[in-house]
Write a protein that binds this ligand. Structure first.
Ligand code: G
Ligand code: G
Ligand code: MN
Length: 268
């Protein structure tokens, strides 16, 4: 069998739980970090951790292809510990460049249901000597997640610890204004689908402008995801958007490339 055949043959096989366990043990899951930008000062203010599975057999596997399986199999619990350990260790390195930078991590509904989530976070904040205010937990707005957040009190526990929370993919899911009002969040992250066609689509402009206003009226700063062009960036800035993230500023980078990138940016 040719090498290509071997690789593609393997790629088509369903991912197994054993394979994921092994991958976790072998540290095949790695984090890339995408900077978040302050549009007023034109500086990086923090980064979002985005997980990658670099499998020796499959090559790069996108998170959406294996996170559901991690969740179903319960391995996500071990993964959660690894996530905070790894990203907060990275943040302690970034703090040598700028102690005000924050680390945003994505959490899914099954991670929110873990009984020891708060303990895991606390342990890792202490181990890496990180101020809780420099961590940020992102939740995608979905009905299941919103119900979970509001019913199990995890938001209040995070608030007690002074850990900020943000709403991811805002505008695509289930956003009851009633719920939004109850949530104590650091920022709203407007989904990239609204930004992609922003300049061509007058309706998207109205929607994005309304989301910025809504966020501000409720007291939340607003970030636009998926900013790829200078025109989009200018429009967002003129329309009062606070923060942005996207290829225009930077792709998600491995830690060793992120450090020089941030050092350069902060010197400017
Ligand atoms: O990095 P992008 O490359 O493909 O990410 C795709 C999706 O995977 C995003 O919706 C992102 O929120 C999610 N994601 C990325 N990293 C993590 C992670 O560490 N945990 C969880 N639960 N979701 C993640
Ligand atoms: O759901 P969440 O917002 O966590 O996912 C972020 C996803 O968006 C990741 O897959 C990340 O790689 C991707 N992403 C980040 N910036 C851009 C961008 O400017 N354009 C596009 N198309 N995708 C982006
Ligand atoms: Mn996110």
């Amino acid at each position: 069998m040719s090498l290509l055949n071997k690789i593609f043959g393997h790629k088509n096989k369903p991912i197994t739980i054993e394979e994921l366990q092994k991958a976790l043990k072998n540290r095949e899951f790695v984090f890339y970090y995408q900077p978040e930008w302050d549009l007023k000062t034109n500086r990086a203010i923090g980064v979002e951790a985005l997980m990658r599975w670099e499998s020796p057999k499959r090559g790069y596997v996108p998170p959406m292809e294996f996170i559901p399986l991690l969740e179903e199999s319960g391995i996500i619990h071990d993964f959660t510990y690894f996530l905070f350990d790894e990203t907060l260790s990275a943040l302690s390195e970034l703090h040598k460049i700028d102690p005000s930078l924050f680390m945003a991590v994505n959490l899914s509904v099954s991670q929110l249901r873990e009984n020891d989530l708060i303990t895991t976070i606390q342990k890792n904040l202490e181990a890496h000597n990180i101020d809780p205010k420099c961590l940020e937990c992102e939740f995608t707005e979905s009905q299941e997640l919103t119900d979970e957040i509001l019913s199990n009190g995890v938001l209040d526990k995070l608030a007690d610890l002074q850990i900020p929370v943000s709403i991811d993919d805002f505008g695509t899911g289930y956003s009851s204004f009633e719920r939004l009002k109850q949530m104590n969040v650091r920022k709203l992250k407007i989904d990239l689908s609204f930004i992609r066609t922003l300049m061509e689509d007058e309706k998207n402009k109205s929607i994005v402008a309304s989301m910025i206003k809504l966020g501000h009226d409720l007291g939340f700063p607003v970030l636009a995801e998926g900013v790829e062009t200078t025109e989009q960036q200018e429009w967002l800035k003129q329309n009062g958007c606070d923060f942005a993230q996207g290829y225009w500023f930077s792709r998600a980078l491995p830690l060793d490339q992120l450090k020089p990138f941030l050092s350069e940016n902060l010197k400017k």
